[in-house]
Write a protein that binds this ligand. Structure first.
Ligand SMILES: [Zn+2]
Ligand SMILES: [Zn+2]
Length: 554
């Protein structure tokens, strides 16, 4: 079997879409049907955008394989028998509200360190356990993104005995297991036993196994301390006996055991695994379990507005929050991009991502040409990618769909009147005469999302624009004339910088203090003394309205 480099799969081919290259590598193994694609995480805390890699990357590969006529099963393992090692800073309820630890009984939660996630009460009280709660959020995320994926609980698998054979096999071949893992982990010595037993007294998982009797199916243990990062989780010292189902395999063996039990053909993972458990997993799969490891693929991590995403530090954004800001197909598009490139998910600059998606969509429908603003080869690839992958982003390909540009949707969001929003969108040419009703409705739904974006980032669109009627203001003759000069520049199509410059020049020309002219502008548009940088902002509004308002006509 040729060795696959997880950094190269999906990359080393002339395919326009990385998922096609991955599918080629899977087909080359001549897999049994259904082809099994896996992802998975420990439900340690609030699932964030980075975790969605474990769902969406596999989704595109599954979609490609299905299109090629294969039967595919996409599974997600919740590695929920892992132990809680550390309390996260933030939690989230099932409605997507992210809260600090102070909102729940953190003391009670802290007493559960060292126990499997499925043996810890749900801090919100709505699910069977802590593990079930955070797995449920991910399951809902998959549903929101319309990904058909089967969730599998590791704890369930252990309890039902599906891991029995794998555990017995590893314990019957302990010498080989130690020899193989010992090449990767210094802690593996002659006393190391590849099993963690759950203490019948305190519920902690312990690594101190004193005897294994496979005939009787019994494992003797001492409930010992466990190192968790810088901290030590204390064991109770109890000496007891566990069955094969009362505990778990250590992760380095559990992962290959999952491949074996589930028959996994492809699994994407982050680069932490690429350095650690993947190389040992390949070795353990072949030399302990006697199976071939799946086709691997490393994905790069995301940052969130330039900072590392991290559940423990609390720098997170959830899928639910993101979907308040953009359509599911736009988020799916984010995951369609090359997984081997590190990317920033910028909420601040979210308009750029949405614009990029809109462009991708228009490319697919042939409404714009590639290459007009990009170098030849890149443009061809982009066109090929759109033709190939766009249908996988949307439930149904609909040429009549309408997209209001995101920043203009944010402008429309500055007024609450739904009819007025539609009227302006129509007047500005963003909604065609004969548009079907469903398309208009979907287009205007973006206005609410852009409104939420403005609120969340408190950007230049987070103001209420006084569109319906002119605020009651009285200006002196000089100010009125200066405002009219600015109106002329807007009417001539001046850009943001030009309008901004004209505000300074008109003030100077008419002997009005610059600050007063700006204040007059804010008064006219927001009935406030202050607002966003006025020139660039006015240039983003519909021109006729701005001109009339500056002339105090409406
Ligand atoms: Zn719950
Ligand atoms: Zn104990």
């Amino acid at each position: 079997m040729t060795e696959l480099d997880p950094y190269e799969v999906g990359r080393s081919s002339d395919r326009a879409f990385w998922a096609d290259a991955v599918a080629d590598a899977i087909e080359a193994r001549d897999p049994d049907e259904p082809i099994v694609i896996k992802g998975g995480v420990s439900p340690s805390g609030v699932p964030h955008l980075g975790h969605v890699n474990e769902i969406m990357r596999g989704y595109f590969v599954a979609a490609v394989l299905r299109e090629r006529g294969h039967e595919v099963r996409q599974v997600f393992t919740s590695d929920d028998r892992d132990r809680l090692r550390k309390l996260p800073r933030r939690l989230a309820d099932l409605d997507g509200n992210v809260v600090g630890l102070g909102e729940v009984d953190a003391g009670a939660l802290g007493r559960n360190l060292g126990k499997p996630y499925t043996d810890i009460p749900d801090p919100f009280g709505c699910c069977d356990s802590y593990g079930a709660h955070f797995t449920e959020i991910l399951r809902q995320d998959a549903e929101r993104l319309d990904v058909p994926i089967e969730f599998v609980s590791n704890t369930d698998r252990y309890e039902s005995g599906e891991f029995d054979d794998a555990i017995e096999h590893v314990l019957a071949n302990q010498d080989r297991a130690r020899e193989v893992l010992g090449q990767y982990q210094a802690k593996v010595d002659e006393d190391y036993v590849p099993f963690q037993a759950q203490c019948s007294e305190c519920g902690h998982l312990t690594e101190e196994i004193t005897d294994v009797d496979l005939e009787a199916g019994e494992i003797e243990y001492v409930c010992a301390d466990v190192e968790a990062g810088e901290e030590t989780i204390e064991g109770c010292g109890h000496e007891g006996t566990a069955s094969l189902r009362e505990g778990k395999l250590p992760w380095r063996f559990e992962w290959p055991a999952q491949w074996d039990v589930l028959g996994v053909d492809f699994e994407p993972f982050g680069k932490d695994h690429a350095e650690g458990s993947w190389p040992s997993g390949v070795d353990i799969a072949r030399n302990v379990f006697d199976i071939e490891p799946p086709v691997p693929m490393v994905y790069e991590w995301f940052t969130l507005d330039g900072e590392a995403l991290s559940s423990s530090s609390g720098n997170i954004v959830t899928v639910e929050e993101v979907l308040e800001l953009l359509e599911p197909e736009v988020l799916r598009y984010f995951f369609l991009k090359d997984p081997t490139t590190a990317r920033d998910f910028s909420i601040e600059d979210l308009d750029q991502l949405v614009d990029e998606f809109d462009r991708f969509e228009r490319l697919y429908f042939g409404e714009i040409e590639t290459g007009d603003d990009r170098a030849g080869e890149l443009a061809t690839q982009e066109g090929e990618l759109a033709a190939r992958a766009y249908p996988m982003l949307v439930g149904e390909v609909q040429p009549e769909r309408i997209r209001i540009p995101y920043t203009f949707a944010a402008v429309l969001g500055m007024t609450d009147d739904a009819d007025l929003r539609e009227e302006i969108a129509r007047r500005e040419g963003h909604i065609p005469e004969d548009a079907p009703e469903w398309a208009v409705e979907n287009a205007l739904a973006r206005v609410e999302r852009a409104r939420e974006w403005a609120r969340r980032t408190d950007n230049e669109f987070n103001y209420e624009l006084k569109r319906e009627s002119i605020p009651s203001v009285e200006f002196d003759a000089a100010t009125t004339s200066a405002l009219e000069d600015v109106a002329d520049v807007v009417e001539e199509g001046g850009n943001g910088e030009e309008v901004q410059a004209e505000i300074y020049e008109a003030a100077d020309r008419h002997g009005v203090a610059v600050a007063d002219l700006f204040a007059a502008g804010y008064r006219l548009f927001f009935d406030l003394e202050e607002g966003p940088k006025l020139g660039p902002f006015l240039a983003k509004l519909d021109r006729a309205f701005v001109v009339d308002r500056l002339r105090q006509e409406r």
